[in-house]
Structure formats: structure tokens, C-alpha cells
Design a protein around this ligand. Structure first.
Ligand SMILES: [Zn+2]
Length: 403
């Protein structure tokens, strides 16, 4: 690490590292797995309390209705927690959106619940890097930014959703609404690598269920009357592998359903995931999927119903988004941080923001790693380091001279 520019030093000093650490310890001590509605409600209250240190109005927004398909092919409602929205100077002409998530991948009954200082400057704990540390970075960057002259000229919305780890299905419309007419977006996922490297372009993702209904019959007496849903689902799985391309890998993941050994099964549900690398690849796939469904319906005399779709569009980095990356890089240099980037196969809310045409850097959170595992860790000193970085980026983009 090189030296901090004297011009940026006061900003760095302004950020309260020990207050940040206390918040992360408090928040990571609360289980907020995406399905733990009580834990999420507690988190939302704590966050509302912490973010009330900023100007503006805080609102807890009801999640949008989301349905899924069970193993019998029936649709059911999925419950989600509320999402936190803070609106600061909504009448400002130039506004930003900053996003994070309060949920983690660890359910309430998971064995990984405690925080441990494993070595100096490293904390192991659920959600420390992904992304309760990132939420502290966002908050303290904004607190520092509010003390600068640049702040009064701009406004921003903060969104902290409760369902990012399962694809933001109940917050997607809110993300898209808040992204509208924003000059830039910052999202607080942890850095792509522990050295602070940012995630650059991202592929997209889509999750689907195909519900196949045939006709049951006795396997010995009248099998010719049956229409085997399981075999049709298998044909769909094989067909999906045939239509996949390098630009859109397809992963048939699971077939549920079936019946007893002496019964022709009348129900099967095929689950699969796609990873479109560019928007047109997803559209091409959807057209081929419709064709494949038609072929299987005809050949197997079954009904095939589709549920799901692309939930995270691919995130290419266009010219304006690249400008934002360059600004982050330059601000890093002022703070003695050498920040690079690399493309990744992972997805996050940055995908959805980018699809609204808003330039976004989506790994502005802490440095850390091994996320989604019991080895998840956060580098403690990166709290202040990354908060200073974000505060400086906000000052830099406030004027609109460079972006
Ligand atoms: Zn995350």
C-alpha cells in the first residue's frame, strides 16, 4: 500500500473504525437467513436505528408477492422480510442509489452463528463480509460524505433488501424503481478478492421449473394408457443440454415427482438454471425453450408448464460504467489503495441495477472472503479503508464533471 494523499487524510481520520466494528459485531450476532423472518425484522429495526443518523426518511417496505413451485407442481407463496429504504434529499436534481442486503445464506438452525477473532485484523463470522460489514461501510461513508460541502447538492436513496441471497425476487421491482433516473449506483458486496479487487462484468442467471403432467396407469395392466411424466421430464433435461451454447450454459439440476414402481408417473418437476453471458443469449434461449416444450408435449402427450425466468440480467460494463470504475480506481490511489477489477460468474443486485442503464460498482463493501461458507471472514481494517473510499467516490461523482 502506498501513502495517503494529504488531501484525503482528514476524511480517513473522520471515519470511526471502532464504532463500525461494534456495529458489525452486533449485526452479525443476529441470524438473518433469508427465511428467518423474525431475525430479519430485528435486523431491519437495528438498521433503521443506525441509518437514522443520516438525514432523510426511512421506510420499511413490504416485500412483493413471490411464488414458487412445490414437488407436486403446485404454486405456493414464499414469505420474505421487509426491505429498508432511506430517501435523502429526494428533490435534488442529481441523485444516486446505494444498495445492500440484510439477509445471509445461513438459516437459523445452521451451525455457523458465532464471531471469532481468528487472527489479528481478521474476524470469522456469518455475514461479516457478505454483507453486514458492507452495510457499516455504506453507513459510515455516507456519514463522512454528509460532512462534505458536496453533499448538499445531491440526493440519494439507500435500499437494504431482505432477500438478495435468494435472488431478490421480492425486491426486484423496488430495486428497479429506485434505480430510475439515478446518475450512479454503489452496491456493498464484499470485494471479489481479499486484496480489494472489484467485480467488473458479470454474467446473468435465470431459474426455472418445468411442470410436466402426464397420465397415470398400472405399470402391468394397462401401461399403454399411461403418459409418463418422468420420461418426458428426462427428455426435457436432455433437450436443454442440446440447446445450451457457450454464451448461455444450461444446468438441469433436479427432477422431482414420480410414483410407485408399479405406476406410470403422472407428475414430474424439472428444475434448471441458465447463465446468459449477454442479454440476447437469454432471449435466444427462451425462444428455444418454447420450441423444446412444444416438441416434448407432442412426442410424449403430456402438458408442460413453465415457471420462472431470468431474474438477474447479464451485466456488461459499458462506457459510463467504466468511467465509474476509473473514478473508484483514482479515489483508491488518493487513499493509498491500488484497486483493480476482474470479471466474475457471480451475480448480485448490481446486475439488476445495470439493466436499468445506471452505471454501478457493486463490490464497494469490505475486503474479505470465503463467503457462503463457515470460513467466511472480514478484514477488520478494511471497514475504515473502504468507507473512506466510498466517501471519496461520492464526493468525486457529486459534481457530475466526470460522470
Ligand atoms: Zn452478498
Amino acid at each position: 500500500m502506498t501513502k495517503i494523499d494529504p488531501a484525503a487524510a482528514p476524511l480517513f481520520e473522520m471515519i470511526d473504525q471502532s464504532a463500525m466494528l461494534k456495529q458489525v459485531e452486533d449485526w452479525a450476532g443476529i441470524n438473518s437467513g433469508t427465511a428467518n423472518l423474525d431475525g430479519l425484522a430485528t435486523m431491519a429495526d437495528r438498521l433503521a436505528d443506525a441509518f437514522s443518523a443520516l438525514p432523510g426518511e426511512i421506510e420499511l417496505v413490504e416485500p412483493a408477492a413471490v411464488t414458487a413451485i412445490d414437488a407436486e407442481g403446485e404454486e405456493f407463496a414464499k414469505q420474505h422480510g421487509k426491505h429498508l429504504v432511506l430517501r435523502v434529499r429526494p428533490d435534488a436534481e442529481r441523485r444516486f442509489v446505494l444498495t445492500g442486503h440484510m439477509d445471509t445464506v445461513f438459516p437459523a438452525d445452521h451451525s455457523f452463528q458465532a464471531l471469532t477473532l481468528t487472527e489479528e485484523d481478521i474476524i470469522n463470522g456469518p455475514g461479516t463480509a457478505d454483507m453486514k460489514g458492507g452495510l457499516a461501510v455504506m453507513l459510515h461513508a455516507l456519514l463522512a460524505f454528509e460532512r462534505s460541502d458536496a453533499a448538499a447538492k445531491v440526493g440519494y436513496d439507500v435500499l437494504i433488501n431482505s432477500d438478495e441471497e435468494t435472488g431478490s425476487l421480492s425486491s426486484r421491482s423496488l430495486i428497479e424503481a429506485l434505480a430510475q433516473a439515478k446518475a450512479a449506483a454503489l452496491t456493498y458486496e464484499p470485494s471479489a478478492l481479499p486484496d480489494g479487487t472489484l467485480a467488473h462484468a458479470r454474467g446473468g442467471t435465470g431459474n426455472y421449473s418445468l411442470i410436466v403432467r402426464g397420465r397415470s396407469a398400472h405399470a402391468g395392466r394397462n401401461p399403454q394408457d399411461g403418459r409418463n411424466a418422468l420420461v418426458a421430464a428426462a427428455a426435457l433435461a436432455v433437450g436443454l443440454k442440446d440447446v445450451q451454447t457457450q454464451n448461455c450454459p444450461v444446468n438441469p439440476a433436479k427432477i422431482e415427482g414420480g410414483a410407485a414402481n408399479n405406476v406410470v408417473p403422472d407428475i414430474a418437476v424439472l428444475r434448471f438454471n441458465i447463465r446468459p453471458r449477454e442479454p440476447s443469449a437469454g432471449e435466444r434461449f427462451e425462444a428455444q425453450l418454447q420450441e423444446l416444450m412444444g416438441q416434448v408435449r407432442q412426442a410424449h402427450e403430456v402438458s408442460v408448464e413453465l415457471h420462472g425466468g431470468v431474474t438477474r440480467p447479464p451485466k456488461p460494463v459499458d462506457g459510463r460504467a467504466q468511467k465509474l470504475f476509473d473514478i473508484v480506481h483514482d479515489c483508491g490511489r488518493m487513499l493509498g489503495q491500488d484497486i483493480g477489477w476482474q470479471s466474475t460468474g457471480g451475480v448480485c443486485d448490481g446486475n439488476n441495477i445495470a439493466s436499468c442503464g445506471v452505471p454501478v460498482v457493486d463490490t464497494m463493501g469490505v475486503r474479505g472472503g470465503k463467503i457462503h461458507s463457515s470460513d467466511e471472514f472480514m478484514i477488520v481494517s478494511s471497514l475504515r479503508e473502504r468507507a473512506a473510499l466510498s466517501a471519496l467516490v461520492l464526493q468525486e461523482i457529486a459534481s457530475g464533471d466526470r460522470l
